[in-house]
Design a protein around this ligand. Structure first.
Ligand SMILES: [Fe+2]
Ligand SMILES: [Fe+2]
Length: 334
């Protein structure tokens, strides 16, 4: 596993001792560049072409934010806010997900032959490692009780593990965008905390932008005879994710305390992060708007993930139709 940790703990251009930002203006500029990117290349960017592949790698490299998310002085919290944060049923899953993601992405980057895609996926692994560090520091700062982390095992089927992580990120990030906005609006958490997590949200947006375009590239360049097996694998990954999300994850900490973690927290946890009552269709609408907003600054010729937004539209429209129908039934009963 030595070589994999070398991938996720070192940036390809060996700029690991990232300098502290020279000024607030530099921080603001880096933040802007992380959210806006257009390829100077003119004409279409067709998946499978050199131009598309180069643009994907350049997007990922150029939108890298060297300053944030950085580890901050965690703000002192009043007892109520601290309790609210400590009791969120997500911390074990969050830390372990980043730990798994960095390893799986590093393992996949190790396999990829193409230098542009290798570079982008290696950087993605590094960023997951940074997320894990930020989360671990936060957990320690607020003394959040954690189950011991299981050993991170190098995946046997590296492609499968990468697909699971990539599609999971597409689903989780989409709903997390809406939930994060709700948390910000509610003022349930101090702005220093939401400000620290904001660049993590945007990085996840870049990650799923990379994944969607990697997937299209992979489909376009793979030999035709491998394609049916690959597509069957993609379907199996979705089935696995659906199954995983129907269950709660249970872990036990070193004091013997059972932790129940919610695999679907980004959808079910709105009441835990905000004092705003929001209906399911309205929440789906918020996720869709936030998804559009976060992707708006990137070259429109790059593909966006589509499955989670499609599901959200179906849920929203079904929910609205149900609200409408039940409204009519209630009115007729009076
Ligand atoms: Fe992450
Ligand atoms: Fe990610």
């Amino acid at each position: 596993m030595g070589s994999l940790s070398a991938i996720y703990s070192k940036l390809p251009d060996s700029m690991d001792d990232l300098p502290p930002p020279p000024s607030q203006q530099a921080v603001a500029e880096a933040d802007y560049h992380a959210r806006h990117w257009v390829s100077p290349q003119t004409g279409p960017l067709k998946p499978g072409s050199e131009a598309h592949k180069r643009a994907v790698a350049a997007m990922f490299r150029d939108t890298f934010n060297p300053y944030r998310p950085s580890v901050i002085e965690w703000p002192k919290l009043d007892p109520q806010t601290l309790h609210r944060i400590v009791s969120l049923p997500i911390w074990d899953i969050a830390v372990q997900t980043e730990g798994k993601a960095r390893l799986r992405m590093a393992a996949y980057a190790n396999l990829v032959q193409d230098p542009d895609m290798k570079d982008a996926i290696s950087r993605n692994a590094w960023e997951e490692n940074r997320h894990k560090e930020v989360l671990s520091k936060m957990v320690a700062a607020y003394d959040i009780p954690m189950a011991p982390e299981p050993p991170y095992v190098e995946p046997k089927d590296v492609e499968w593990a990468y697909l699971v992580t990539g599609f999971s990120e597409c689903v989780d990030s989409f709903f997390a965008f809406g939930m994060f906005e709700l948390a910000k609006r509610s003022g349930f958490f101090p702005p220093e905390l939401t400000d620290t997590f904001e660049p993590i949200m945007q990085e996840e947006c870049r990650h799923i932008l990379l994944f969607a375009n990697w997937l299209a590239w992979q489909r376009a360049v793979m030999p035709w005879w491998r394609r049916p097996y690959f597509e069957a694998k993609v379907w199996a990954v979705w089935a696995f994710l659906a199954y995983e999300r129907m269950s709660l994850a249970r872990t036990v900490d070193d004091k013997g305390q059972e932790h129940t973690q919610d695999n679907n927290f980004t959808v079910t946890g709105t009441k835990d992060v905000a004092n705003i009552d929001i209906s399911l269709p309205d929440f789906m609408d918020l996720c869709l708007k936030e998804d559009d907003r976060r992707f708006a600054g990137y070259d429109t010729r790059l593909l966006r993930p589509t499955t989670a937004p499609f599901l959200a539209r179906v849920i929203r429209n079904t929910g609205r139709a149900w609200e409408f129908a039940s409204g009519i039934i209630k009115a007729n009963r009076k």
